[in-house]
Design a protein around this ligand. Structure first.
Ligand code: SAM
Length: 274
C-alpha cells in the first residue's frame, strides 16, 4: 500500500530502531499502551509481543481496516480506534485510575497541535515516547537564550519532563522524509514545577511574548502585564522573551491573571498551534 503524503506517512522499516524504541518504552504486560498512528504496524506488532492488550488510533481508513483484520484485533487484544487523534478522548480509555502510556512515530505535520491537545489530558497519561522531527524535539527541550527556545519549549516544560533519547536518519523510513527524526520521552510532572494560578494566563502571556519575538517584554505584553508591575516582580521589561525562564513566565502569568480588567484586555482564548 503506497504512503499517503497528506497523512504524513513515512513507514519505519529499520528493525534496529524498532528495538531501541521498545527498549526505551520497556513495556510490561499489564501496561495500558496507546499507539498513535500505527500505520502498517512496524511498532504495533512487536509491541503486542510484550503486552496483554494495545489500543491504536489510526486516521487512514485503509490502514485501520487492515489492522482490524489482523488476528490480534480479531482476538480482541488490539483495539483499533479509527479517527483523528486530535479529537481523541484519552480519558475515556484510561478508566479505573490506570494511566496510559502513549507511543508513536507521529505524523510530523500534527505534532505541535497534538502536544497541545495532550496537555489537556495529562492527568490520564503516565508517559509518552514519540518519534518526531529533530528540530521539534530540540525546541521542546531548549533552554532560555538558545536560538530555538520559544512557546513550545515553555509550554512543554511547564507540563512535562523532557528527555531526548536518540536520533534517527531519514533512511529508516519508506519513503524517507526530508528531515531527521528523534525519539523523545515526555513524563507529565506530578506537581507543576512553577506555581501558576491560571494556565490560560500562562498560555496567553507566552503566546504574546513569542508572537513578538524581537520586541522587548514591555512592548510585547502591552495590555496584558503592566511594565511597572513586571519590574516590581523582578522581571526586566527591557528584556527579550527568549531570555526568560519558565519561572519568569509564571510570574508574568500571575500578574496578568491578577489584573486583566485593569489592563483593559481580557485574556484571549488560546487556539492550539505553534
Ligand atoms: N507507526 C508507523 C510506522 O512507524 O511505520 C506509521 C508512522 S507514519 C509517520 C504516521 C501514521 O499516523 C500514519 O499511519 C498516518 O496514517 C497516521 N496519522 C496521520 N494523521 C493522523 C491523525 N490525525 N490521527 C491518527 N493517525 C494519524
Amino acid at each position: 500500500m503506497g504512503a499517503k503524503r497528506r497523512f504524513g506517512q513515512h513507514f519505519l522499516h529499520d528493525q534496529g530502531v524498532v528495538d531501541r524504541m521498545l527498549r526505551a518504552l520497556a513495556p510490561e504486560a499489564a501496561d495500558r499502551v496507546v499507539e498513535i498512528g500505527p500505520g502498517p504496524g512496524a511498532l504495533t506488532y512487536p509491541l503486542l509481543d510484550h503486552l496483554a492488550a494495545l489500543d491504536v488510533v489510526e486516521l487512514d481508513r485503509d490502514l485501520a481496516a487492515r489492522l482490524e483484520a489482523h488476528p490480534t484485533a480479531v482476538a480482541g487484544r488490539m483495539r483499533v480506534h479509527g479517527g483523528d487523534v486530535l479529537r481523541f478522548d484519552f480519558g475515556a480509555l484510561a478508566g479505573r485510575g490506570e494511566r496510559l502510556r502513549l507511543v508513536g512515530n507521529l505524523p510530523y505535520n500534527i505534532s505541535t497541535p497534538l502536544l497541545f491537545h495532550l496537555f489537556d489530558q495529562l492527568e490520564f497519561i503516565r508517559d509518552m515516547h514519540f518519534m518526531l522531527q529533530r528540530e521539534v524535539v530540540a525546541r521542546m527541550a531548549a533552554v532560555p537564550g538558545s536560538g530555538v527556545y520559544g512557546r513550545l519549549s515553555v509550554m512543554v516544560q511547564y507540563h512535562c519532563r523532557v528527555e531526548r533519547l536518540f536520533g534517527i536518519g531519514p533512511g529508516a523510513f519508506t519513503p524517507p522524509p526530508r528531515v531527521h527524526s528523534e525519539v523523545v520521552r515526555l513524563v507529565p510532572h506530578a506537581h507543576p514545577p512553577v506555581a501558576v494560578e491560571s494556565r490560560e494566563a500562562l498560555e496567553a502571556v507566552v503566546r504574546a511574548a513569542f508572537g513578538q519575538r524581537r520586541k522587548t517584554l514591555r512592548n510585547a505584553l502591552k495590555g496584558l502585564v503592566d511594565a511597572g508591575a513586571m519590574a516590581a516582580a523582578g522581571v526586566d521589561p527591557g528584556q527579550r522573551p527568549e531570555r526568560l525562564a519558565l519561572a519568569d513566565f509564571a510570574r508574568l502569568a500571575n500578574l496578568a491573571a491578577a489584573a486583566p480588567a485593569q489592563a483593559g484586555h481580557p485574556l484571549p482564548p488560546t487556539p492550539p498551534g505553534p
